[in-house]
Design a protein around this ligand. Structure first.
Ligand SMILES: Nc1ncnc2c1ncn2[C@@H]1O[C@H](COP(=O)(O)OP(=O)(O)O[C@H]2O[C@H](CO)[C@@H](O)[C@H](O)[C@H]2O)[C@@H](O)[C@H]1O
Length: 729
């Protein structure tokens, strides 16, 4: 956890390690600058990349095995010389250069599988120019959704834009997600992708499944879509009007297996990604990937140098299914402990319920090399009982590899001066278009056309996370004000119905748009003056970032990423010039929400210059991916410093458990106290002692249950303790 700090020491390239002259080998951390100072032959080194259509891509070229190719631009292309071993002034080999006469690059050392490429711009011989060294990786994103191909929320946005930002930094990036065909207009999103490689067999769910891969190269990224009949059905990626699909465990198990195969088998742009990849697995849907790397591949010497990073966008969804489904996952039998989940007694449904389940996200937390959340605030919240959804202790035990990086936004799609979905474009220098957007929105929704009336917007999933129940309770009082309120969302049926009823009740003030509609979401973001986000918890939140960029002032519950990104308004700061980009209220309650909204409305009406300041500070805020991409790169470096999760780690933990439970190994001295404690119910079953399982005594369970009961009676809502009934989506 904590902030991202100084970069780790640089790692030497393989060719350097191959040097036979070890006497002059510099220390790793100083290799780069040492090399620049002492080598006068290196010239200007860059790495060329070839992905998809080689002519389109810049950067470095990857070999079939994922290795990278280094070219000497200055000399190689002109002279076509085979430079061979490069030596410094002391005679030490510092690198190898293979420059073919054609100017084409060749692999330096295919055996080395040097997937980590190095882009170095050496300072000139006099040492005047200092340019940073950059390490590039072969990155494989695994995700259930990626915009614009598929999107139901923020996960799609992030996985549609972060890969592009990382590719722009020179990384070779692949995104693997399902090829959903719902039989509607969204199917055309996949028409740009064509079949690549040959059908691949996946072994899971007691049989053999065949998946096909489709590929599109766009914006510097290889978009790979896994095709299987189970992804072809009406609805959205996770369910339809009847609820979540019952075979989601199967569909996302398939995705994970296919994603592990893709870098090995797909010749994208003529070259596979190879084994030395960095998997970025998003949420539980992709959570099986790090477990597969450790359990299925590494024991056979495959993916030994790969690393995985788990990105948690929403801890509330963990992919929990009955323990009996373990055999479906395609994992070796002795890896059950990695995904095993035991619910506390109070959360079990009946007397014979043993509480045993498999929890895919837990498996990912245990086996991933690093863990990221989408804001720093949330990375702390998930280690607390309130925000941990039963995984807080496990996550706390992994604090040393847990960081938070605030999401960026796609600054091309969400740009008021370019947005194709809004009727008038505008910018911070000329806000006149914003009023036109407001008038057009009022017209479109059939509301009275009143440019001076404060207009409040809400966009999001209609569920408990987003605090819809608080909006619901506050709306009657809000409607007493002279305001207009627009909501766009879909989700729980009761809230959708409430929106329809409220619209009928307040015809001239309220509109509820039930459904998922991206163009409307842009028009609400641009046309409203205030965006309301009373989320109960919010890992990052993107709508407040979009709102600020569109000069719409956010009023948010101060939690997770909302607290990190919205600065509370202070009218007295900076000698009356003001400070802040919106309002944050806490704790979450109807009264606090109304108070914050009323402050905002009053400021809008009575303090025009303060309002303008709020708008401008929000629009000036840098929410692009650039900053986040650099922080991600820092975490990549850290991931490669440590060895990957090994089968040995797993075995050690299993053995430790066996030792605990082998009575012969417990000295007699402790046996009595052990048995006494056992009778008191202070030990759980052996399985509960396995890797990362929740290990609480019956007494603790009872006290947690009592606390929850009290909280329920005090506040009328359950705490976010153990996630007994996490849905699969
Ligand atoms: N009815 C509708 N019509 C059109 N567009 C709609 C819509 N409902 C939602 N959207 C869009 O979906 C996205 C929602 O993103 P959020 O980050 O607010 O929430 P979400 O909870 O899905 O994401 C999770 O992952 C993201 C990404 O990490 C985190 O920011 C977040 O906190 C976490 O809960 C936005 O682009 C929004 O405009």
């Amino acid at each position: 956890m904590g902030t991202l700090r100084a970069p780790p020491p640089l790692r030497p390239c393989k060719s350097f390690l191959n040097s036979t002259d070890t006497t002059t080998t510099p220390k790793l951390g100083v290799f780069s600058s040492w090399r620049r100072r002492n080598t006068d032959k290196i010239g200007y080194l860059t790495l060329r990349r070839s992905v998809g259509d080689g002519s389109k891509a810049g950067g470095f070229r990857s070999s079939q095995d994922g290795s990278s190719i280094i070219e000497d631009e200055k000399k190689g292309k002109k002279e076509g010389l085979l430079l061979g071993a490069e030596r410094d002034v002391t005679g030490s080999v510092v690198g190898f250069h293979l420059i073919p006469p054609s100017g084409d690059s060749k692999v330096i050392d295919a055996k080395d599988k040097l997937a980590t490429a190095r882009e170095e711009v050496a300072e000139d011989i006099e040492g005047e120019e200092k340019v940073p060294t950059r390490v590039t990786h072969s990155i494989v994103f695994v995700t259930a959704e990626a915009a614009p191909y598929s999107k139901t929320g923020g996960l799609g946005d992030v996985c549609g834009s972060l890969p592009i930002a990382l590719a722009a930094h020179g990384h070779r990036v692949m995104v693997v997600s399902p090829r959903y065909l719902h039989g509607g207009p969204s199917d055309k999103n996949f028409t740009g992708a064509s079949e690549v490689g040959s059908p691949t067999k996946i072994y899971c769910f007691g049989g053999e499944q065949e998946v096909r891969f489709f590929h599109e190269y766009r914006a510097g990224v290889d978009w790979v879509f896994v095709d299987h009949p189970s992804y072809h059905r009406p609805g959205n990626p996770y369910g339809d009007q009847f609820g979540a699909f019952s075979d989601n465990q199967f569909r996302f198990t398939l995705l994970c297996h296919a994603a592990c195969e893709a870098p090995l088998v797909l010749p994208l742009g003529g070259f596979t990604y190879g084994e030395k990849c960095l998997f970025i697995v998003n949420d539980w849907h992709a959570g099986l990937v790090p477990v597969l790397l450790a359990a299925k591949y590494r024991p056979y010497g495959v993916y030994k140098d790969a690393r995985s990073i788990l990105v948690i966008h929403n801890l509330a969804h963990q992919g929990v299914e009955a323990a009996a489904t373990y055999s479906n996952l395609g994992l070796p039998a002795d890896w059950y402990g990695a995904v095993e989940w035991v619910f506390p007694t109070w959360a079990r449904t009946h007397a014979l319920d043993t509480g045993k389940a498999v929890n895919v996200l837990k498996g990912a937390i245990v086996t991933a090399d690093r863990i990221l959340t989408v804001s720093q605030g949330y990375s702390w919240e998930i280690t607390t009982v309130e925000g941990g959804y039963g995984l807080d202790e496990l996550l706390s035990s992994r604090k040393s590899v847990l960081n938070g990086i605030t999401n960026g936004i796609d600054a091309t799609e969400w740009n008021p001066s370019l947005d194709v979905h809004i009727p008038s474009n505008y910018s911070i220098h000329d806000l006149s278009g914003k009023v036109e957007c407001k008038i057009a929105l009022q017209k479109e929704l059939g509301l009275p056309i009143r440019p001076d009336c404060p207009m409040i917007g809400f966009i999001g999933r209609l569920d408990y996370q987003k605090g819809i129940d608080i909006i619901l309770s506050a709306t009657p009082e809000l409607m007493e004000e002279d305001v207009q309120f627009v909501m766009l969302g879909s989700g729980e049926r009761q809230y959708e119905d409430w929106m329809r009823v409220t619209e009928a009740q307040y015809r001239d003030k309220y509109r509820g748009w039930v459904g998922f509609n991206v163009p409307i979401s842009h028009r609400i973001t641009a046309g409203c003056d205030i965006l309301l986000m009373p989320s109960r918890f919010e890992p990052c939140g993107l709508n407040q970032l979009y709102a600020m960029r569109y000069g719409t002032v956010p009023v948010v519950h101060g939690t997770g990423g909302l607290r990190d990104t919205v600065e509370n308004f202070n009218p007295y700061a900076q000698e009356g010039l003001g400070e802040g980009t919106g309002w944050t209220f806490s704790p979450l309650s109807r009264e606090n929400l109304l108070a914050a909204l009323k402050f905002a409305i009053q400021t809008y009406r009575e303090h025009k210059s303060s309002w303008e300041g709020l708008i401008k500070r929000g629009m000036e805020r840098d929410s692009t991916w650039e900053k986040a991409a650099v922080q991600y790169e820092q975490v990549f470096e850290w991931a490669f410093i440590d060895p990957p999760y090994e089968i040995n780690d797993h075995k050690k933990k299993i053995n430790r458990r066996d030792q605990v439970w082998s009575l012969s190994k417990i000295p007699n001295l402790f046996l009595k106290s052990f048995l006494t404690r056992w009778k008191q119910g202070k030990f759980q079953s052996p399985s509960a002692k396995r890797i990362g399982s929740k290990s609480v005594t019956n007494e603790e369970e009872r006290s947690i249950a009592a606390k929850r009961k009290k909280r329920l009676s005090d506040t009328g809502r359950p705490s976010s303790g153990f996630g007994r009934y996490c849905p699969s989506t």
